[in-house]
Design a protein around this ligand. Sequence first.
Ligand code: SAM
Ligand code: DTB
Ligand code: SF4
Length: 323
Amino acid sequence: MTSAPAAATTAVPSLAEVEALLRRPLLELVHDAARVHREHHDPRKVQCSQLLSVKTGGCPEDCGYCSQSAHSQTATPREALLAVETTLAAARRAKEGGADRFCMGAAWREVRDGAEFDAVLAMIRGVKALGLEACVTLGMLDDRQAARLAEAGLDYYNHNLDTGRSHYAEVTSTRTYDDRLRTLATVRDAGIHVCSGGILGLGESLAARAELLHELAALDPQPESVPINALVPVAGTPMGELPPVDWSEVVAAVAVARLLMPRAVIRLSAGRKELHEAAQALCFLAGANSIFVGAELLTTPNPEPASDAALFAKLGLEPVGRA
Ligand code: SAM
Ligand code: DTB
Ligand code: SF4
């Protein structure tokens, strides 16, 4: 028998209950999340993905946090799609560095059929041939495009809800929350694993943060992979001057994500460079079991591999790719 979808076995708490979870005394919350984590996952294993921006900058969307929006004046250069060989050379290096998944991001509003999409399909085939899992994030897409991604062997499609529905218009005006949900359904219907999460620190209220976590947990089936990003402030974007989220709020969001989505892999994603080691340790205790490795995310810095190796050694954690 194959395992049942998570949502079939887990009743999703109400929105008010999710907000109440976020407000619980932090160590009580972490304790409960750690227990649930251990029931469903090996607490010493951490999935390690490496990112590459295969098409950087010049994006027509106006996401207020993003270095790559054409609506913002940032230092991020606008580049053409990388060559397939350049991408696969980076994937090879990622594998040598211990990553088990290679994630490719494009600053597109949506996938368009043609030579560039064909090149992305070739990248996916090449990444799979190296023995890595493949993930892409390409914006919106239709059924046929999703089917072609699945046929190329794509394991995961990342498409974040970013924030709660009530706060979404403050973040992006060029698409709607329902556009996002529709794309997630298209990915799901194509049989590709769903990676969907959000960003903390976009000026959202605790209620809006609860909405985001509730919305993710209510997806049926729930996402296999849930990135929790903390805003990496980028100069020249509308959100570049927002105050940083406190580490305790990152820990609480990870813990609540773990409680609501016991089987999902919870990814401690962007913002880790600004999160001190002890705070990251609490996140791993509370159920985070995936990170981005490598010194760069898409356009912003990530912890150096040597410092992550030292942190794993201190905490007794192991990358899933290592036996
Ligand atoms: N254009 C595609 C899209 O938006 O779906 C894919 C690339 S986009 C850069 C992928 C995700 O990265 C966004 O949905 C957002 O959640 C996250 N992200 C982008 N900039 C960020 C920042 N400055 N801090 C934290 N997360 C960020
Ligand atoms: C996700 O949730 N986080 C990653 C990945 N999905 C594509 C992106 C983080 C981007 C951080 C800002 C940057 O480097 O441009
Ligand atoms: Fe474009 Fe994605 Fe950045 Fe939004 S988050 S501006 S869609 S690259």
